[in-house]
Design a protein around this ligand. Structure first.
Ligand SMILES: CC(=O)SCCNC(=O)CCNC(=O)[C@H](O)C(C)(C)COP(=O)(O)OP(=O)(O)OC[C@H]1O[C@@H](n2cnc3c(N)ncnc32)[C@H](O)[C@@H]1OP(=O)(O)O
Ligand SMILES: CC(C)C(=O)C(=O)O
Length: 537
């Protein structure tokens, strides 16, 4: 893809795989990052920030694989973050080599508080580093983005000076981060206005904004920046990211779509102009959101704008009355516009493979034969226990069955649990180890889940701490599928796992095993063979 006339629309820079992955516990492996990157390309994002190549061998490999497999000539720009340091820029350039459109995103702090306490550098030193490192990045790629970190708390005159030097040394995108989510929308507008008025040549580069959500203002700040001339926004799916997260892609995109007549004049268009303000295929939003939530284990709060379970639900009588009479009395957008499946009942235990495949296709899932068979077998098992199968159930089944399996992990063979108010909860579990051994053990616990987790721990023997456990019902009704999400900690890292079943104790066992398999895989990569050098030195 190319960005020929950035003034005409908003460039969507997705940083789910970089800033989003900085959410505690959202660690993704390379295959998971690739799956999300493919979906982001389908969604139509312009730029994918695939990671921070120097951060770890895994991040380097993820950027490289995404550059190879998603960074096609007609695909998005693939970007890696790099501190304003030679080793970071070299790692980014190396990992991005296979991309048709590579971008290096380099950054250095500019606020006095960061200079004094973190970098221990003077303003003139920071100016010199920014100039030389942007020029260095430019020696590898044409497309260089520069971020003055903590820009919103930087003294404006110094910020203007840094940006002027960044442009003079070849930056093609200037990104303004509100790193600690401190700005209000009015201040953000003034900041952008000040930059546009005081930085020479600023209109020759793409002006971008990166807003954090510490005060819940990330989307509002991004929209305020757009009103003042910013043409790229950095955002993440479901708003995940460091601390309280980033501006949510789906909120910005839908605000620009639903309120197009309001935003059009800021692009020099007539209020009723029809062309979209982004390249996003909004019907892919729901699917992307669900995939990111599943793979990161970051649940979506039910009242989350656009993608929350309640976002299109009408509970109260007066609202329902209005909706029945005329939808738009209480709805400003249609669920279908974000690709939300309608809760229609379509299939049951007597349905065949053809109807199953057709319905999945309508829901946007194109499965290969092996995945289709796995999902169909599971569908039949669930349909035996559950009278009505909704689109939501089908989706949970497909995601469960086709989720990226951690290679060489532990598999649960059988699980049996006895519990009740006059018995000691007891779990018996058989697993297959990565090297093919079959092991069985049993124990009692304070409750069925405790018993199951104790047995799994005894069988798997990977030290870990259960940090979070949650159960969500996929649909209403006593026979609903339950989705269990767990997070386990090991030293400084957190790993998540998810699984669905009509029996939530079974779902809990599989979710825990999924998380432990991720931890197991992580521990395996910590011991790479001596000849595997992933990062340039
Ligand atoms: C606002 C943001 O989201 S920025 C992105 C944040 N993301 C991450 O940090 C995730 C990935 N990070 C990492 O894996 C590690 O922090 C690494 C690999 C980058 C660096 O690891 P380490 O070398 O162990 O350094 P550590 O993380 O302890 O400290 C950061 C160092 O970078 C320096 N630094 C921070 N930002 C910059 C910058 N933009 N340019 C140059 N140096 C910088 C700090 O001053 C500190 O250096 P010091 O140790 O000499 O004081
Ligand atoms: C790297 C920059 C853009 C960042 O994430 C921030 O400042 O929050």
């Amino acid at each position: 893809m190319s960005i020929e006339s950035p003034a005409d629309r908003i460039i969507i820079f997705d940083t789910t795989l970089r800033d989003g992955e900085q959410s505690p516990g959202a660690t993704l492996n390379v295959q998971e990052k690739l799956a999300i990157a493919h979906q982001l390309a389908l969604l139509g994002v312009d730029v994918i920030e695939a990671g921070f190549a120097v951060a770890s061998p895994g991040d380097f490999q993820a950027v490289k694989s995404i550059a190879e497999q998603v960074g096609k000539p007609d695909g998005p720009i693939i970007c890696s973050l790099a501190r304003a340091m030679r080793q970071d820029i070299q790692a980014a350039a190396e990992a991005l080599k296979p991309a048709a459109h590579p971008r290096i995103h380099t950054m250095i702090s500019t606020s006095d508080i960061h200079l004094k306490y973190q970098l221990n550098k003077s303003r003139s030193e920071v100016l010199a580093i920014a100039a030389s490192m942007i020029a260095y990045a430019k020696s590898f790629v044409d497309d260089v983005e520069f971020s003055p970190m903590d820009a919103s708390r930087t003294e404006p005159e110094f910020l203007y000076q840094v940006l002027e030097i960044a442009i003079a040394n070849g930056a093609t995108t200037i990104n303004i981060p509100d790193t600690v989510g401190y700005c209000t929308p009015k201040e953000m507008g003034n900041l952008i206005q000040g930059i546009r008025a005081n930085v020479p040549n600023i209109d020759q580069v793409i002006l971008s904004v990166h807003t954090q959500n510490d005060l819940g203002l990330a989307t509002a700040n991004a929209l305020a920046a757009i009103e003042h001339g910013v043409r790229q926004v950095e955002c993440t799916i479901n708003g995940i990211g460091e601390r309280a997260g980033n501006a949510a892609l789906e909120e910005i995109v839908m605000a620009l779509q639903v309120r197009k007549p309001f935003f059009n004049p800021f692009f020099g268009r007539a209020a009723d102009a029809e062309a979209p303000l982004t390249n996003i295929k909004t019907q892919e939003i729901y699917k992307t959101s669900a995939l990111v939530s599943q793979l990161t284990g970051m649940l979506i709060q039910p009242n989350k704008a656009i993608v929350g379970a309640n976002a299109f639900a009408h509970e109260s009588g007066i609202h329902q009355d209005g909706i029945i009479k005329h939808r738009q009395t209480y709805e400003i957008m249609e669920a279908a516009s974000i690709g939300l499946p309608e809760n229609r009942i379509v299939l049951g235990k007597h349905s065949g493979r053809n109807a199953f495949r057709t319905r999945l296709k309508e829901l946007g899932f194109e499965l290969n034969e092996a995945d289709l068979n796995k999902a169909f077998n599971r569908f039949k098992e669930v349909a035996d226990k559950k009278k009505e199968m909704s689109d939501w159930d089908l989706e949970a089944i497909v995601r469960d069955q086709t989720q990226i399996q951690v290679e060489s992990g532990f598999q649960i063979e059988h699980i049996q649990v006895i519990c009740g108010d006059c018995t000691c909860p007891t779990a018996t579990i058989t697993i297959v180890t990565p090297d093919g051994k079959i092991l069985t053990d049993a124990t009692v616990g304070t409750g069925p889940v405790d018993a199951v987790y104790q047995v799994i721990n005894r069988l798997v023997q990977i030290p870990n701490q259960l940090m979070e456990f949650s159960v969500q019902s996929v649909t209403a009704g006593i026979d609903a599928l339950g989705t269990v999400t767990v997070r386990v900690g090991h030293e400084e890292r957190i790993f998540s796992g998810q699984a669905s079943d009509t029996d939530i104790v079974v779902a809990a066992a599989y979710a825990y095993m999924n998380a432990l398999n991720r931890l197991y895989r992580y521990l395996e990569i910590q011991r790479p063979p001596a000849d595997s050098v992933l990062m340039p030195t």
